[in-house]
Design a protein around this ligand. Structure first.
Ligand code: 0GY
Length: 295
């Protein structure tokens, strides 16, 4: 692993908040183990191993039932570690893959059979080389017939640049980590207003109210400066919000969060039982396990 890599918390606390039955951690990753699933040559960082058994142990410890595992950039477009974790989960995990435009329909169908339900387009410059728009559009066309969706990861300052591209996508679009707002700015300031308007104007957009540890200037355990941003989205878009741990927290430099404390953040951003149920159960089940949702 990189010399300044912070490994995940070795012994997260047991959260005081008890998630509702059937709760989904809708954003987490698996890394390696490298001897079995080598990291990609084009990666921008080399993490510690963080495999499926650690992830599913954490799920149980935190009181969650299911996971959505997002392909991390350190594995490039080789989704083998992701698929291995999905199959091992026996249906309790679904996946978001990273693919390129030359992927075949048979390869997509194999990912679908393993539990993949979407792809991620990453616009964070420190994580990936820029991909041409045509390549992303080609991927979007290929995955649409499978009824998959697209997860987008970007930082607030690039929203203008990618606005046309992401709002033209033909699928449901899920934005990671609230589009990474600068939480030193007011929640009703121009930057976050632009993001809220994106959500208002585009009913196919969903958002993960995740990663206080990445966005916060005040830091743990309360991450108080991030609360108003998450809370505003949970209140306004209660049926289009998701939550995830982001375990094993790649590229954290300031500190490594205690995952139990992250779970205790949930009632601050979703104070009512109805909001908690929508955020942790109903919304992710509708998007990732529609086969289990009665209409
Ligand atoms: C996250 C955030 C990060 C990394 C990745 O795929 C990744 O490498 O997503 C980050 O460094 O901000 O969602 O885990």
């Amino acid at each position: 692993m990189d010399p300044d890599w912070l490994p995940f918390h070795p012994a997260p606390s047991k959260p005081e908040f008890r998630p509702p039955s059937g709760a989904v951690d809708a954003h987490c990753h698996v890394f390696g183990p490298a001897h079995e699933f080598p990291f990609a040559r084009e990666r921008k960082y080399t993490p510690c191993d963080a495999g499926k058994t650690s992830l599913f142990g954490l799920r149980d410890h935190l009181g969650f039932s299911r996971n959505v595992i997002v392909q991390a950039t350190c594995h490039g477009t080789d989704n083998a570690a992701l698929v291995d974790a999905l199959l091992f989960s026996k249906g309790l995990a679904k996946g978001i893959a990273a693919v390129d435009q030359v992927i075949t329909h048979d390869e997509l169908r194999a990912l679908d059979a393993a539990g993949v339900r979407g792809v991620r387009f990453n616009f964070v410059k420190r994580l990936v080389d820029k991909l041409p728009r045509e390549a992303l559009q080609r991927v979007a066309e290929k995955i649409e017939p499978l009824d998959w969706h697209i997860v987008v990861y970007f930082e607030a300052e690039v929203l203008d640049e990618i606005y046309d591209l992401i709002t033209a996508l033909p699928t449901t679009v899920v934005v990671d980590h609230m589009g990474r707002p600068d939480v030193a700015q007011p929640v009703d300031g121009p930057e976050f207003k632009k993001f809220v308007r994106l959500m208002e104007d585009h009913p196919n957009f969903w958002v993960k109210v995740s990663c206080p540890e990445r966005l916060s200037a005040v830091g743990p355990p309360g991450y108080e400066d991030v609360v108003p941003f998450c809370r505003a989205l949970v209140e306004r878009f209660s049926d289009r919000v998701l939550w995830g741990t982001d375990w094993p927290h790649p590229n954290m430099k300031s500190h490594m969060p205690d995952d139990g404390a992250l779970v205790d953040f949930i009632p601050k951003i979703a104070p009512t039982l109805a909001q908690q149920r929508a955020l942790l159960v109903d919304n992710p089940m509708r998007l990732y396990w529609p086969e289990h949702v009665s209409r």
